[in-house]
Design a protein around this ligand. Structure first.
Ligand SMILES: *Cc1c(COP(=O)(O)O)cnc(C)c1O
Length: 393
């Protein structure tokens, strides 16, 4: 009887019915191995080809530039390590930003252990990378720049087209983690001058465990998995046909519905932010004031802990997140908010609300109602509140 409200769509989404419907027959009807040359195999291969075409079309790429992976994390790791290794003769310097997803930061850290040098660009208070600083950091031994298109914690949208242009002019390869951007923005790899791009299925109403790396023809990359001839010999292993087919459908649907979806997300976000800022004192909305995606809202509730808010909201059936799902569980302040200059104490009280296709205005009303109660209750208990009040002028 408890109401359930899911506001954690940036962590993962449900699988859309039209996606599921295309996946189902791949388990037991079109179950062939796409590499088999008989009719069963050819049938499965046809479905995989169609999925690849759909993804290519959704991002403005050619089909033979799309490589299926096990998800965004694998695509990020492969792009960064695989390109860095392939261009080692040119140099060992890589540029990224301080606010990247752990998949990118982790891959960069691993390269540092191998002797690569990584520059982590700072961001301004809205989460934007300074383009002049990027230009300043590019050297003759820089091979790769990896900067995310949309930040998963605060939703800030980077100036991807301008970054692509800078990389092109300086003869440096440009990779972007577009996992949060795909499904929220129109992406075109030609127009944005992107050389490599990571996307994931389960953030756009497709199944988990599948994603893709777009790699512009002509860009070299080290093989990821040696084995069969799958993925143009670069990532061996029998293709996960149902997942790939689901991802293809999800990509098609995402682009088809983008305008309607964004309109809906925008009105939900505006309604939510207005309610929260009117009804709850001492709140800060993090991220860029307008250069951000519509489905992510990050709010700091001063004087209390985000973890406590999350647990009490969970008790009311409301699912939200502190920072990113990948870093929660630790009480470390978010590396993203830290890079944006948010004080640790404020950062600790931050919650990410991420809306999705099924979110309704009634969900928002219920969430705001519970949030008012929860924040009030926690602030009354908070020792920080008492000391802050004492310090009030
Ligand atoms: C979710 C996410 C990833 C990881 O993708 P998986 O498919 O879950 O491995 C990478 N980058 C960003 C920005 C994400 O939001």
């Amino acid at each position: 009887m408890n109401k359930k409200v899911y506001l954690d769509n940036a962590a993962t989404t449900y699988v859309a019915t039209e996606v599921l419907n295309e996946m189902m027959p791949c388990f037991n009807v079109f179950f062939g191995n796409p590499n088999s040359i008989h009719a069963f195999g050819r049938e499965a291969q046809g479905l995989v080809d169609r999925a690849r075409d759909r993804i290519a079309k959704a991002i403005g790429a050619k089909s033979n530039e799309v490589y299926f992976t096990s998800g965004g994390t694998e695509a990020d790791n492969w792009a960064i390590k695989g390109i860095a290794h392939a261009y080692i003769n040119k140099g060992r310097h890589i540029i990224t930003s301080q606010i990247e997803h752990p998949a990118v930061l982790g891959a960069c850290k691993a390269l540092e252990k191998e002797g690569f040098e990584v520059t982590y660009l700072p961001v301004d208070k809205h989460g934007l990378v300074d383009l002049a600083e990027l230009i300043h950091q590019i050297r003759s031994d820089t091979t790769l720049v990896s900067i995310m298109a949309v930040n998963n914690e605060v939703g800030t949208i980077q100036n991807i087209k301008a970054i692509g242009k800078i990389c092109k002019e300086n003869d440096v390869i440009f990779h972007t983690d577009a996992v949060q951007a795909f499904g929220a923005l129109k992406l075109n790899v030609i127009d944005m001058e992107i050389d490599a791009m990571s996307i994931s299925s389960h953030k756009i109403y497709g199944p988990k465990g599948v994603g893709a790396l777009y790699l512009r023809n002509g860009i070299r990359i080290e093989n990821l998995i040696d084995g069969g001839h799958q993925e143009r010999n670069k990532r061996g292993g029998t293709t996960n046909v149902p997942s790939v087919v689901g991802f293809g459908k999800a990509a098609e649907v995402t682009v088809r519905d983008l305008a309607v979806y964004n309109q809906k997300m925008k009105s939900l976000r505006e309604y939510f932010v207005k309610q929260v800022t009117e009804k709850i004192p001492y709140v800060i909305v993090n991220g860029h004031p307008h250069q951000k995606v519509n489905n992510i809202v990050n709010i700091s509730f001063e004087l209390i802990e985000g973890e406590s808010i999350l647990l009490l909201l969970d008790f009311e059936g409301i699912a939200v997140s502190t920072g990113s799902a990948c870093t929660s569980g630790s009480l470390e302040p978010s590396h993203v908010l830290k890079a944006m200059g948010v004080e640790d104490e404020t950062s600790q009280g931050s919650i990410r609300f991420s809306f999705g296709r099924s979110t309704t205005k009634a969900d928002i009303d219920y969430t705001v109602e519970k949030l008012v109660e929860v924040v009030d209750r926690l602030r009354k208990m908070s020792p920080q509140t008492k000391s802050a009040k004492k310090g009030d002028k």
